[in-house]
Design a protein around this ligand. Structure first.
Ligand code: PMP
Length: 437
């Protein structure tokens, strides 16, 4: 145990509360974490929605160890290393339908989002439509913490301390509605029409000023908001009508979370860019990436003079050798163990177990898709988030890691999970919920 916790300024954490009562995770294996005194904690959140193959998988560990001893780093500007190209080729092949042909690397979901937004604006400019600069996000969207990401994002506390943010940003309404959709299994029926708000925004500003729309296919961080039936399809149709790029932020939904490789495949809707991170390396080495649809890369190549740099953007650690090696090994594990199929196979059992919580104290909604779920608790009047935090602490004390945003519990276990773990998870949760004041 560290003796002094003070110097570390923890992100997105109530520091004083945490430091008075620290919850430390000191080791991990497969679907468990272990506290410093070796108490197992069942990982109900795949770390932070990222450890999809389970923890400390030997193949991934060995690949990283081998890579760091062989080629630790190579500059990504004007130089390259084989692993970055091999991984990009493999990633575009993973995308269904052959719609995407290039991958741009960053180091996180936030960087993937900033990259995608910049590519969108620059894409229109190099095509001679430089007036298309406006970006449209969504209320309750989370797109990381860069200025672009918090601007298109729709979470008030993530925005309000940070000045005027990016100009020229609008937001679609979120799709969360308990009155119409509480306790829906899978995609809700109500809410498809909310996509038509895009028409209103287009009318207001004129299509010729709008670069892109960005949404999470399933909004994760703000409480697992499942898109209504036909909603994403309608966004696609409207974007096509007006020449607006559609970006799916698949930082959470990518790499098997819904039981398909990507949400794009699951919903059968093809956006123009897809941002990913997290599961791409199983959480081991930071990495983010943007997939671009056929034609986008070529547009940049065609517009720039020969020998000129086509896109003035990138990171010192874009396509880092360790991240590429980790990603290759991670994709091997996903494939060899059929983990996306396992998620798909378990989804209905997962749904049954989740909805067995209906009727327990404070539970006002249950939502699920693939291997992701939310349990929404009624807030204590005047004290939003207090009940959620109490629940998180009690789960941790019982041996289960959950994630809470306010009073919503989010669950997203490693995809290697088995029925017995799901049983344990919901048993522990039910026990905690029954006692929760
Ligand atoms: N987009 C989405 C949809 C996310 O869920 C997250 C992280 N939870 C991000 C972007 C940001 O990723 P990172 O924290 O790696 O910057």
């Amino acid at each position: 145990m560290p003796t002094n916790l003070e110097a570390y300024w923890m992100p997105f954490t109530a520091n004083r509360q945490f430091k008075a009562n620290p919850r430390l995770l000191a080791a991990a294996k497969d679907v468990h974490y272990f506290t410093p005194d070796d108490r197992p904690i069942l990982d109900g959140t795949a770390g932070l929605w990222c450890v999809n193959a389970g923890h400390c998988r030997p193949k991934i560990v060995e690949a990283i160890q081998k890579q760091v001893a062989h080629l630790d780093y190579a500059p990504p500007f004007q130089m390259g290393h084989p692993g970055a190209f091999e991984l990009a080729e493999r990633l575009v092949k993973m995308m269904p339908g052959g719609h995407f042909d290039h991958v741009f690397y960053g180091n996180s979901g936030s960087e993937a989002v900033e990259s995608a937004l910049k590519i969108a604006i620059a894409y229109h400019r190099v095509r001679g439509e430089g007036a298309r600069q406006r970006l449209i996000g969504r209320e309750r969207g989370y797109h990381g913490v860069g200025f672009g990401g918090i601007s298109v994002g729709g979470i008030a506390p993530n925005r309000k301390f940070f000045g005027s943010l990016m100009p020229g940003v609008d937001h679609l309404p979120h799709t969360h509605n308990l009155e119409h959709n509480a306790f829906t299994r899978g995609q809700p029926q109500w809410g498809t029409h909310l996509a038509d708000e895009l028409e209103r925004i287009v009318t207001l500003h004129d299509a010729s000023t709008i670069a892109a729309v960005i949404v999470e296919p399933v909004a994760g961080s703000t409480g697992v908001l499942i898109p209504p039936m036909g909603y994403l399809e309608r966004l696609r149709t409207i974007c096509d009508k007006y020449g607006i790029l559609l970006i799916f932020d698949e930082v959470i939904t990518g790499f098997g979370r819904l039981g398909a490789s990507f949400a794009t495949e699951y919903f059968g809707v093809v956006p123009d860019m897809v941002t990913v991170a997290k599961g791409i390396t199983n959480g081991t080495v930071p990495m983010g990436a943007v997939f671009t649809r056929k034609g986008i890369y070529d547009t940049f190549m065609d517009a720039a003079a020969e020998n000129a740099i086509e896109l003035f953007h990138g990171y010192t650690y874009s396509g880092h050798p360790l991240a590429c090696a980790a990603a290759m090994a991670t994709l091997d594990v996903y494939e060899e163990e059929g983990l996306f199929a396992n998620a798909n196979h378990l989804a209905s059992y997962w749904e049954e177990c989740l909805h067995s919580l209906k009727g327990l104290p404070h539970v006002i909604d249950l939502r699920n898709l693939g291997l992701v779920a939310a349990i929404e608790l009624e807030s204590i009047p005047g004290k939003p988030g207090v009940r959620g935090m109490d629940c998180l602490q009690r789960c941790f004390d019982t041996g289960l890691l959950i994630r809470t945003t306010g009073d919503i519990i989010a669950l997203s276990p490693p995809l290697m999970i088995q029925k017995e773990h799901i049983d344990q998870m919901f048993e522990m949760l039910a026990g905690v919920l029954k006692e929760l004041p």
